[in-house]
Design a protein around this ligand. Structure first.
Ligand SMILES: Nc1ncnc2c1ncn2[C@@H]1O[C@H](COP(=O)(O)OP(=O)(O)OP(=O)(O)O)[C@@H](O)[C@H]1O
Ligand SMILES: [Mg+2]
Length: 424
């Protein structure tokens, strides 16, 4: 007499209440794994474990289909005895080869109660893994009509053959396994596409920037050539700073790219912060002069050497100063650099300007690589690179609230405390 659960499911006939309870429990767990485990490999291992338990099998495996070679290979192989790694390393099945190959080829479950009496059995797998297969159930993993792989359980404990109920439960597990593999592949593909699109965008931005600099270099070299041909010293002298500026831009751009692209451990040495600021200021001297802008340096509060990577901190100062100068109004521009040591031994450097400031809607993007509002004149690497350098020092770069213009704060914890107290 069948229970209400068995009605409409003839394959449950003969299944004990305990068998059904075990199967429903396993099905519930396997379905909940889909949402809980994002790593497809871990999910396939868990499905193999559940398969092994619910079908009372000695071993279980998942083979995946390689469409390029039209073969199956072991992705998961679980069992208490035998060399499972050898299966993964050495065994690949052609379509139709062995029981798994047959299940894959016919797209239907194949159950073999005794492999020694079945010539379709592929004994090389046992030879590779030093395992002795007796009974075998192989179920194809399908995504609609596309073959994804084969789920297998091996050797029913107690010597019996796998039941019809095992076959149906395995069919449900294999559909969950197929979904997990397909989802993982879709996500990987999407990540790859996004990465490729980001790389494409980055290359386009960089190329555009390089092209602008090269155009500047090209026209100034032509003008200098003309000046030399005509022995026009006045024209050469007028063009020379343009050429120098473009060479400096190119060098700055390359330095930023290098600093941004490679993770780097800062090489800390006792350094004179004021000298670093003055060097950076020297590099923007022409740009400041072109705007008739003023530069105010308040550096006297840093009275000792600071422990920093000089090249890195110079890059940060230069980037912040360049941004400040580029933001200045046409008249009355002013940039102020203020450095101090906080009571806990951190070095704080504020770079402030009286430009238009940073609009609230772009603040969240400021430190993103390649974010720039300057069109062809900016690559958007300055702040991203500076923030990265400061982070490598264990420090931070933030935009401070300010009434007028923009004010960026570099904070380097321990920079003063670790500098061996070297007085300036
Ligand atoms: N002092 C500032 N005042 C106003 N906006 C600023 C200031 N500093 C940075 N910004 C904004 O932040 C953006 C990103 O700055 P970042 O230095 O990273 O790139 P960029 O200056 O555009 O290009 P580059 O790579 O040549 O430095 C700028 O395009 C600008 O919109
Ligand atoms: Mg910049």
């Amino acid at each position: 007499m069948s229970t209400p659960l068995q009605e409409g499911f003839p394959w449950l006939d003969g299944a004990s209440h305990e068998d059904m309870r075990r199967a429903v429990g396993a099905l519930y767990r396997v379905h909940s794994l889909l949402g809980a485990i994002t790593d497809p490999d871990a999910l396939l291992v868990r499905i193999s474990e559940e398969s092994r338990m619910v079908a009372s099998a000695e071993a279980a495996s998942v083979m995946l289909y390689d469409a390029e070679t039209d073969e199956l290979y072991f992705q998961v192989a679980l069992g208490d005895s035998g060399d499972q790694d050898a299966l993964k390393r050495e065994v690949r099945l052609k379509m139709g080869q062995g029981i798994a190959g047959l299940a894959a080829q016919t797209r239907s479950a194949v159950s073999v109660p005794d492999v020694t009496r079945d010539p379709r059995f592929f004994s090389d797998a046992d030879a590779a893994s030093q395992f002795q297969t007796r009974s075998l159930l192989a179920v194809p993993m399908m995504d609609r009509d596309r073959l994804i792989g084969v789920l297998e359980v091996v050797n029913k404990v107690g010597g019996a053959s796998f039941s019809e109920m095992d076959e149906h439960v395995m069919a449900m597990f294999s559909s969950v396994a197929a979904t997990a593999v397909v989802n993982a592949r879709l996500i990987n593909q999407q990540i790859r596409n996004e990465r490729l699109a980001a790389i494409g965008e980055a290359i386009a931005g960089l190329t555009h920037h390089i092209k602008n600099i090269i155009t500047g270099l090209g026209s100034s070299t032509e003008l200098i050539q003309m000046a030399l041909d005509r022995q026009n010293t006045e024209l050469a002298l007028r063009t020379w700073p343009v050429l120098k500026r473009n060479v400096a831009r190119m060098s700055c751009f390359v330095q930023d790219m290098l600093a941004f692209a490679k993770p780097r451990v800062p090489v800390r040495r006792p350094a004179d912060l004021a000298a670093l600021v003055r060097d950076a200021a020297q590099s923007v001297k022409d740009a400041l002069a072109a705007r008739n802008a003023e530069l105010e340096l308040n550096l006297e509060r840093v009275t000792c050497r600071v422990s920093v990577d000089e090249d890195g901190i110079f890059r940060c100062l230069l980037n912040l100063l360049q941004n400040a100068v580029e933001a200045l109004p046409e008249t009355g521009g002013r940039v102020r650099v203020t450095a101090s040591i906080t009571p806990c031994g951190a070095l704080e450097v504020l770079v402030a300007d009286n430009g238009a400031g940073v609009p609230p809607e772009i603040r969240k993007n400021l430190f993103q690589p390649f974010f720039s509002t300057k069109g062809g004149r900016g690559t958007g690497l300055g702040l991203a690179t500076s923030a990265k350098i400061l982070k490598e020092h264990g420090g931070t770069l933030v935009l401070m609230p300010s009434e007028r213009g923009a004010c960026f704060r570099m904070l380097l914890p321990d920079a003063a405390a670790n500098a061996d107290g070297g007085e300036l």
